[in-house]
Unconditional design. Structure first.
Length: 255
């Protein structure tokens, strides 16, 4: 019964998108590598695959490319690109967000195996040298600590580029910093991918919150795109296709 209901919901979604204007758009989607949410341009990631399926049904095309996160946000706010993936309202409240997230984020810490340090609130952060990614917003109270200490190289080392977390993990493994932090889903995926599961250990983390594909406030169709994405995610979840995509990346549905 649930399967038939899901197929019916997806059929309603197709009817809805068929009623939209016929012009095909190319939606320029950018972010740095944040696998499994979004990965390389070849591998894509589950969030990019979800967006491609939904917007293809609406007659549009996703053009996904990697770019440093801080530049991606700035370009999206200026209207030089159309959307970013992996945003939270705290990143930039001026972006256009829908109602349906594409995952959950948090700040989970990782250290070398044998390092006894564990995150135990903001007061424990002063005991380690952290790698933090330029332009990232970390879940509070970690974000406040990073912002206050980003110029103090004894406490925070800033990392940039299109694969900053890969570099951060390498720095922890090499002993150049004591700890790095990322969303738990990203951390688990990267440790497996980079063969570091026996070298690095989880060291606690913060609460979690939703992340989104968000659209440029300069784009005249931003709210239409957000609505299409919301309806599409609900339809994919109902008919089981969302689970099929997530299973490819070893990720559980966040709802």
């Amino acid at each position: 019964m649930a399967q038939w209901w899901g197929l019916g919901l997806f059929a309603q979604f197709l009817v809805m998108v068929a009623a939209l204007p016929a012009s095909a758009d190319t939606i320029r989607l950018r972010a740095d590598d944040w696998c499994p949410f979004n990965c390389s341009e070849a591998k894509k990631g589950y969030g990019v695959e979800v967006a491609e399926q939904i917007f293809a049904a609406a007659g549009h095309q996703i053009q996904y490319q990697l770019a440093p996160w801080s530049r991606s946000l700035e370009d999206c706010l200026r209207g030089e690109i159309d959307a970013v993936i992996g945003a939270a309202p705290v990143d930039s409240p001026d972006l256009v967000f829908g109602d349906e997230p594409i995952g959950q984020w948090d700040s989970t810490f990782v250290v070398k195996v044998g390092n006894p340090w564990r995150y135990d609130g903001p007061e424990s952060l002063g005991q380690v040298k952290l790698a933090a990614i330029i332009g990232y917003i970390y879940m509070e109270p970690v974000g406040e600590y990073v912002e206050a200490n980003k110029k103090n190289k004894a406490r925070v080392t800033l990392v940039g580029g299109t694969q900053p977390f890969d570099q951060s993990l390498k720095m922890v493994a090499a002993g150049r910093v004591d700890a790095a932090m990322e969303s738990r889903a990203v951390l688990d995926y990267k440790l497996r991918e980079m063969g570091l599961t026996d070298s690095l250990a989880i060291a606690g983390g913060t609460r979690s919150g939703p992340i989104y594909i968000a659209f440029s406030p300069k784009h005249p169709k931003a709210r239409d795109y957000a609505r299409i994405l919301d309806d599409g995610i609900r339809a994919l979840r109902a008919d089981g296709r969302l689970k099929a995509i997530l299973d490819k990346y070893g990720v559980r549905d966040w709802k």
